[in-house]
Design a protein around this ligand. Structure first.
Ligand SMILES: NC(=O)c1ccc[n+]([C@@H]2O[C@H](COP(=O)([O-])OP(=O)(O)OC[C@H]3O[C@@H](n4cnc5c(N)ncnc54)[C@H](OP(=O)(O)O)[C@@H]3O)[C@@H](O)[C@H]2O)c1
Length: 304
């Protein structure tokens, strides 16, 4: 297969590139990995030119673009109009450009979206969320991600995989796991929100899943993929403390109201893996086991 990864320098992008370059990758596979410095996905001419050049290069088999580029500074997008405009350009408009370029060249697009596009279930019900559940994005980042989904569906109806994931952490860049590890050394106690529920997801596991989905014969569609099971931010912080061998009593639960943020976070964003397994792709491993593997492979995560 012929692969192109955009946003290749981000947390997920780095793992996608590592996976596609790893031993065991089918020898006929070719990879074009483009960081932001290589390709600004908001530049229409650059996007069309990059996709055309990639498709014209030697290579065999189906052509797949995996879009890991995104504007992810969720709170800054809320408070700074320039950042908000950038979030819109990268998260809403650029996926439409990539989808149009894929449509012109006959390529498939794997596009990554977020639990933040989903709204609360009617009547306050709490069950794992399916792709068909109501969307109700709150905030600039969330709205921009939903708009990106819509543009991908419109421009490339038969050849897209939109994958909503949640609570990512990886070896590259800032993330919650690294922050908790750092704060464990800087503070005696940590107050961590215990009324937001979600599914922590290691980017390496998500990368494996995205590539398996693209290699499968699953039809175009929107699916959910996150680490198995669910916890709260407090539960995840305690798990990081467990991995550190630190005193769990130092991690104290608190509520969201104690930590107001510019962009509101969903209280319930546990993602169901039913749509994922229905596509014939293995569910992502349970989040707690994944965290242990992540810090075993990348002990630097626990250095903060
Ligand atoms: N992080 C989470 O908890 C989370 C949760 C749910 C869904 N997601 C989604 O998962 C995907 C991957 O997220 P991530 O955590 O890997 O994000 P990330 O680490 O912030 O990586 C995003 C990458 O996109 C690049 N980028 C930004 N603007 C660009 C542009 N105009 N052109 C090309 N590249 C650009 C960034 O480059 P610079 O660093 O140079 O700006 C960065 O390398 C995103 O779609 C995100 O919305 C993330």
């Amino acid at each position: 297969m012929r692969w192109m990864v955009t946003g290749a320098g981000g947390a997920l992008g780095t793992d996608l590139v590592a996976r596609l370059g790893a031993p065991g990758t089918p020898p006929a596979d070719t990879l074009t990995a483009l960081t932001r410095a290589d390709l600004d996905v908001t530049d229409p001419d650059a996007v069309h030119g990059a996709v055309r050049a990639w498709l014209a290069a030697p290579g065999e088999g189906p052509a797949v673009v995996v879009n890991a580029a995104a504007y992810t500074a969720v709170d800054l997008a809320e408070t700074d109009p320039g950042a908000g405009a950038q979030a819109w350009a990268v998260n809403a408009e650029a996926p439409g450009l990539l989808a149009a370029a894929c449509a012109a060249g006959g390529a498939t697009l794997v596009h990554v979206s977020t639990d933040y596009v989903l709204g609360p279930l009617p009547g306050g019900e709490r069950r794992p969320l399916e792709p068909g559940d109501p969307t109700a994005p709150v905030g600039v980042y969330a709205r921009s991600k939903l708009a990106g989904e819509e543009r991908v569906r419109a421009a490339l109806p038969g050849a897209h995989h939109i994958v909503r994931t949640a609570w990512l952490y990886g070896a590259t860049g800032p993330n919650f796991v690294r922050t908790v590890a750092r704060l464990s050394r800087e503070r005696d106690t940590l107050d961590v929100v215990d009324d937001q529920h979600g599914s922590p997801t290691w980017t390496a596991d998500l990368a494996d899943g995205l590539l398996a989905l693209a290699r499968s014969s699953a039809p175009a569609g929107t699916r959910h993929a996150a680490g198995g099971g669910a916890t709260t931010w407090w539960g995840l912080a305690r798990a990081v403390f467990e991995e550190l061998g630190a005193d769990l009593g130092r991690v104290r639960p608190c509520d969201t109201a104690s930590f107001p943020r510019p962009a509101p976070r969903p209280a319930w964003s546990v993602l169901s893996d039913v749509s994922w397994r229905a596509a014939g792709v293995a569910a992502l491993p349970p989040w707690r086991e994944a965290l242990h593997r992540a810090v075993t492979h990348h002990p630097e995560l626990l250095l903060g």
